[in-house]
Design a protein around this ligand. Structure first.
Ligand code: A2P
Length: 274
């Protein structure tokens, strides 16, 4: 009786040690520019996801409540870790803190993947286009590493536009490494084409994705036929304005927006911004 009482008292008086729900451990961090970084974390054993989906991740806020944002998973589903690609917003509630994470730190990850940028939301086709601005390339970093992407399509074209050349680096290094990749290289070789452009710094190809599609420049540069609803499928990920303008461009080519429950010729998702 005495033991029970003292145990009870002890339990009440010891301050509760906060345990992070859904905690995962950071394994690597790469800073690409002063505005962009990528990081890898441990993967929950039970997490299954489709390439292109996003999850909620974040940190514990000072008020003891989790501060979470939607992040596309940038790694492929066969990877034993998870990768994310993020902007650093100086006064952003989450990214102002998240940009300081280091290997060994913990983040919160809710293991409930969702999203529309999935292969199943598109009708079968021959060419698959990925259209991204800025960190909108993250879901395509996953899809470009998924063998199923290449099993379903004869050709995959990655268009990525950033303001400056350095902001293309994450995507460029990934795309350039894929043909030599021991796991995915044989699927990718000869099928993946890359069309990076910048808008505020000189580079080999310049201009907004929307302009390069409507002018026909990208088709001329790649030596291919224009987008056609019979053969072409598209996935769009960028800012709200970019997504809106891209929808109009793709509808102009005769493509219709699809969804998981109603596959069609293109799908859209907003990139995480703050
Ligand atoms: P631009 O430099 O002409 O604004 P941000 O860094 O602002 O998110 O922009 C990333 C890239 O997306 C930039 O190259 C930017 O071009 C481009 N962009 C922004 N808005 C649009 C849009 N509505 N349509 C096409 N491209 C856009």
């Amino acid at each position: 009786m005495h033991m029970t009482e003292s145990l009870t008292v002890t339990e009440i008086s010891v301050p509760k040690v906060p345990t992070l729900p859904d905690a995962q451990t950071v394994t690597a961090v790469t800073h690409w520019t002063d505005r962009l970084f990528s990081f890898r974390v441990s993967r929950p054993q039970s997490l299954r996801f489709r390439s292109g989906e996003f999850v909620m991740i974040g940190l514990m806020g000072e008020n003891g409540k989790p501060l979470l944002r939607a992040y596309s998973i940038a790694s492929p589903s066969w990877d034993e870790e998870l990768e994310f690609y993020s902007i650093k917003v100086p006064d952003g509630p989450l990214t102002s803190k998240l940009q300081h994470i280091a290997p060994g730190d913990q983040i919160i990850l809710r293991p409930k993947p969702v999203g529309t940028l999935v292969l199943d939301a598109l009708l079968p086709g021959k060419r698959l286009w990925f259209f991204a601005t800025g960190t909108g390339i993250a879901p395509f970093a996953s899809l470009m590493r998924d063998p199923e992407t290449y099993e379903r399509y004869d050709e995959v074209i990655m268009m990525h536009t950033c303001r400056d050349v350095a902001e293309l680096d994450y995507g460029r290094q990934l795309v350039e490494s894929l043909p030599e990749d021991p796991l995915i290289g044989e699927f990718v070789a000869g099928k993946l084409r890359y069309y990076p452009t910048t808008t505020r710094e000189d580079s080999a190809h310049m201009g907004r994705i929307t302009d390069n599609l409507t002018s026909g420049k990208v088709f001329a540069d790649l030596g291919i036929a224009p987008i056609n609803p019979e053969t072409d499928r598209g996935m769009v990920c960028g800012s709200l304005d970019f997504n809106t303008d891209m929808k109009a461009v793709l509808e102009g080519f005769g493509l219709r927006e699809g969804a998981n429950s109603d596959p069609a010729e293109y799908v859209v998702e907003k990139a995480f911004v703050g």
